[in-house]
Design a protein around this ligand. Structure first.
Ligand code: CAA
Length: 380
């Protein structure tokens, strides 16, 4: 790997803490948890103790208070260890950022602090069984029930839902109004009518917990609405602008891990009387893999830096997410190719990386949705 450069000594220290945690705690646990599709409760708790979750949430509310750039440094390392862990560990940032963006000081204290300071988990509930890419087409309703709101509907593919104690739910007052009818509301898991489904049996990132959540006429206090009625879609999109660089960093971590495995194996594996690394066919693959990982990291860093500096960042966040996800998929696929038949077995780590990488092209907006955002931003 090309050495990191231009980082401050604080950033290097932060990266090293995350790298050590990934090497000592995550990598050894990952294959078994993947096999059993088991959520890494214990390791996540340890990560909380080290300040490796709630990375971007305000320090005064118990978060790590990192810039998005510094959070990307941490998350690349965690994802190098296992992207299922990384997805689980950034899910609180995703769930609580809408409250950090749109909540009042009182709401931040009430809905962010207990989760973050207490080491609990929260989930971001936008996607539904019939509304994935078309987020503004969501069907879950929020109705005025007098002294409370009534939330009714189902959410799908909700990260950490099985372990979350609070849900940030996007729901509509009027489906015909699409984006303009959507509100954001914090729903405690303990509310009557909240039901969490089973942990989905996924292809990859199997240790990350993904469930359906059903809200059956759930009564929620009026004070739980984040932002004004109808502001929820904007809050969700602003949240995704902040979280897509972190997702891109997960993809960079997967790509880097696959590249490292491929380089090491190509030096060991002998065919035609020589290490396969001496063949130009393999060298060209490794050259392209490494170039893709480096370029993805630079775009990810640029998107995070733009966000941190307060510049509009939708365009570059989507570019970073699109490029890093597609690169992680192609690099992991090439790593399997370099390992040949061995790469296709569970005896070697690269098949897991290939399964894990696929999810990056799907969640937090598919690669096709990122192209829609990029195209619209360039042409508006
Ligand atoms: N910031 C602020 N406002 C924004 C915005 C942004 N980044 N993007 C859009 N908006 C505003 C628009 O300006 C518009 O408001 P006005 O009408 O006042 O101008 C309003 O929101 C509606 O925007 P669009 O007309 O662009 O909406 P659309 O219906 O055409 O769809 C979309 C836009 C980009 C396709 C959007 O639906 C989208 O991002 N879809 C993908 C959803 C997604 O990423 N889901 C991932 C779920 S999270 C997940 O997977 C996490 C996990 O668990 C791991």
């Amino acid at each position: 790997m090309v050495p990191f450069s231009g980082l401050t000594s604080e950033q290097e220290t932060l990266r090293e803490i995350a790298a050590r945690f990934a090497a000592d705690k995550i990598r050894p646990a990952a294959p078994g948890l993947d096999e059993r599709a088991e959520f890494p409760t214990g390791v996540i708790k340890e990560g909380h103790g080290l300040g490796l979750i709630n990375l971007t949430l305000p320090a005064e509310l118990g978060g790590s208070g990192l810039s998005l750039f510094d959070a990307c440094l941490v998350i690349e390392e965690i994802a190098w260890g296992c992207s299922g862990f990384a997805t689980s560990m950034v899910a609180n940032d995703l769930a609580l950022t809408p409250i950090a963006i749109g909540g009042t000081a009182e709401q931040k204290k009430k809905f962010i602090e207990p989760i973050v300071a207490g080491g609990a988990l929260a989930s971001f509930c936008l996607t539904e069984p019939g509304a994935g890419s078309d987020a503004a087409g969501l069907q879950t309703t929020v109705e005025d029930g007098g002294d409370h709101w009534i939330v009714d509907g189902s959410k799908q593919w909700i990260t950490n839902a099985g372990h979350a104690s609070q849900f940030t739910v996007f729901a509509t007052h009027d489906r015909a109004k699409r984006a303009k009818g959507i509100s954001c509301i914090a729903v405690p898991r303990s509310s009557a009518g909240v039901e969490v489904g089973h942990h989905e049996n996924k292809m990859g990132q199997r240790c990350s917990d993904t469930c359906r959540v059903t809200f059956d006429k759930v009564r929620v206090p009026k004070g739980n609405m984040i932002g004004a009625p109808g502001e929820g879609f904007k809050i969700a999109m602003q949240t995704l602008d902040a979280s897509r660089p972190l997702t891109a960093a997960i993809a960079v971590g997967i790509g880097r891990a696959a590249l490292e495995h491929a380089i090491a194996y190509s030096k060991e594996r002998k065919q035609f009387g020589a290490a396969i690394s001496t063949f130009q066919a393999i060298q060209f693959m490794i050259a392209d893999m490494a170039t893709g990982v480096e370029a993805s990291r630079l775009l990810t860093w640029r998107s995070a830096a733009l966000y941190d500096q307060g510049h509009p960042s939708s365009l570059v966040s989507s570019m970073a997410k699109r490029m890093s996800a597609d690169t992680a998929m192609s690099v992991a696929t090439d790593a399997v190719q370099i390992f040949g038949g061995y790469g296709y077995t569970k005896e070697y780590p690269v098949e897991k990386l290939m399964r894990d990488a696929k999810l990056l092209q799907i969640y937090e907006g598919t690669s096709q949705i990122q192209r829609i955002v990029i195209g619209r931003e360039l042409l508006k």
